[in-house]
Design a protein around this ligand. Sequence first.
Ligand code: PNS
Length: 160
Amino acid sequence: MKIIIYPGSFDPVTNGHIDIIIRAARLCDKLIVAVANNESKKAVFSLEERVELLKRSLAGMENVEVTSFTGLLSEFVKKNKASAIIKGLRTVSDYEYELQMALINKSLSPEVETLFLVADIKYSFLSSSIVRELAKLGGNIEGLVPDCIKETVIKKLGNN
Ligand code: PNS
């Protein structure tokens, strides 16, 4: 069984993430969407909220599982017997950062590959931080996050 891990902060999940998840799920038997419990990167949404928003957004996707992890990604990948990590690339600066992460993970676990999917051009400007900023300032986030989580995101961040 080919298992791929899609890790991230997902603070919150965007339609750019969903696009990568749909495409990545076609490449494997099981895609594990893994939400990082990263103490050094303070998230706005709690770990439980980020997992719940993903689960709600991905309901009905047969071969996609959502979970969280603490500690090193390379260890989580090995523990789950996954063959690869998958990440989306929007820009050259994404590539520079992701290349560094891929090389670190390769040095920690040489058997684990990192695959990159090029983001759809219509999501190349989209990030969780843009969604947070827009929602906070009362901007329209329609089309940027899954419809089923839009109100929850606005409720959490709006009117600040
Ligand atoms: O969505 P993001 O913020 O780009 O995701 C980054 C993430 C969570 C994939 C990355 O920070 C990560 O892998 N964190 C786990 C800790 C780890 O293994 N770091 C690499 C070695 S320093």
